[in-house]
Design a protein around this ligand. Structure first.
Ligand SMILES: [Fe+2]
Ligand SMILES: [Fe+2]
Length: 427
């Protein structure tokens, strides 16, 4: 595991090459040794000096970045996001006027050290800042539609913008479909909600509601989320709203609104019903407004993908069937519970993973069904990848040489290859 602080320090040094980053006081180690004087610049040249010591204060508390991200930066970026030609952009334009961006951004509480972090994101991970701001805008609409009081809207807007701040200390984002599975990477991804919450806890102005929502933004109601696998009401309301919004906004990077609605409808056990119903109502209005546009989908590609996913699931079902009841209790395996979920999601949408040819024949060239199926298959692949990584993580913590585990590990190996082939279908 890499050191989160050194990752962040290195990013500060990179930023220091682009714009001025100055020490606002002497930078000293925990032992009192002075590493840099007040007024010095942080950049690649001086960073080595800082990397090998434990600093008395986090770097954001002792430095100032020129032109740091503030409310005005966020408002300008938010307006441009709203104007962009995307389904999300036109849905937001349908629901709110431009003044909404300013009002939402002003609800965000910004501390100076946090502005530093947002500036690192703006310059080195612009997609992360955009994603975070999209989440803020969407969760504000959600909160307003639910009639939540101003105080709660402030919590939601702030947690929305800061939910992935932990990623900056880890230097990783979610593993893209076309990248090989990597356990170390997954361990880091898994820890980003906790890292983010730990950062925010340093500031009394970020209330426990904000901190908790950030910590819980990848939890799911059915306990399938991370980092803690919390269930239902053990997740705070802000955490549940943030988890839904983050999922929806993240999904819209890869799915159309229609595909997203299918994925949501087939994963209802994992999601809070309140935001789900607000989203589905808004989607109906949007579709009736005639503004939605969909790209053409080719049946051949969907068939190949369906065959791959089906092969993976059938092989996993065979393993689950072969496990003895003793094995199931002595070594619970994610396969048992997750397979049920995948099958349920497919059959709720009217597709049968055991009958690829028959399902495809029924769909024919119908674009709506092809689009739904394509979205579901992509999402299944995405969830399968997470499941594989999570299984590897759990295996790495416990040891067993049962033949059962050997069979599962063999399946994981084959699944990895099939997932890579599937990723190429989308390249
Ligand atoms: Fe996120
Ligand atoms: Fe996240």
């Amino acid at each position: 595991m890499i050191n989160a602080e050194s990752t962040y320090l290195q990013q500060m040094a990179e930023l220091g090459e682009l714009q001025s980053v100055t020490c606002t006081e002497n930078i000293v180690t925990v032992d009192g040794a002075k590493l840099l004087p007040k007024g010095a610049s942080i950049n690649r040249k001086v960073i080595e000096r800082l990397l090998h010591h434990k600093l008395l204060k986090p770097i954001d508390f002792t430095t100032q970045i020129e032109d740091a991200v503030d409310h005005n930066t966020l408002i300008t970026l938010g307006r441009s996001l709203m104007e962009r030609t995307s389904e999300m952009g036109s849905m937001v334009r349908m629901m709110r006027s431009k003044g909404f961006v300013e009002q939402s951004c002003k609800r965000i509480h910004l501390e100076l050290p946090i502005q530093n972090k947002l500036t690192v994101a703006q310059k080195l991970r612009p997609e992360l800042l955009e994603h975070s701001l999209r989440v803020t805008l969407a969760i504000t609409i959600l909160g307003e539609e639910l009639g939540l009081p101003e105080k709660e809207l402030e919590i939601l807007a702030t947690a929305g913008l800061l939910h992935d701040i932990g990623e900056l200390h880890l230097g990783v984002g979610d593993l893209p479909l076309d990248q090989n599975l990597d356990l170390d990477h997954w361990q880091q991804v898994r820890s980003h909600p906790l890292v983010g919450a730990t950062i925010l806890k340093q500031f009394p102005a970020y209330t426990p509601h904000v901190v908790r929502a950030v910590q819980e933004h990848h939890e799911r109601l059915d306990g399938s989320g991370y980092p803690q696998g919390l269930k239902a009401i053990r997740i705070s309301r802000a955490g549940r709203l943030l988890a839904f919004t983050e999922l929806a906004i993240g999904a819209l990077r890869k799915y159309s609104l229609r595909q997203l609605s299918t994925i949501i409808k087939t994963n209802l056990d994992a999601l809070d019903p309140q935001p789900v119903s607000v989203f589905l109502q808004a989607l109906t209005l949007y579709e009736n407004s005639g503004k939605s546009q969909a790209a053409e989908i080719h049946a051949n590609k969907v068939t190949s993908l369906f065959e791959l996913v089906s092969k993976l699931i059938l092989a996993a079902e065979k393993i689950v069937q072969d496990r003895t009841p003793e094995q199931k209790t002595s070594e619970p395996c994610l396969l048992d519970s997750e397979l049920i979920k995948f099958n349920q999601a497919m059959s709720r949408a009217g597709f049968d993973i055991h009958q690829v040819t028959a399902s495809m024949a029924m769909i024919g060239e119908d674009q709506e069904s092809l689009s739904e199926l394509e979205g579901l298959l992509k999402e299944t692949l995405f969830q399968l990848r997470h499941m594989l990584l999570e299984m590897q993580r759990r295996f790495s913590e416990t040891h067993s040489d049962s033949p059962d585990r050997a069979a599962i590990q063999q399946w994981i190996k084959e699944a990895e290859q099939n997932l890579n082939t599937a990723a190429q279908l989308f390249a």
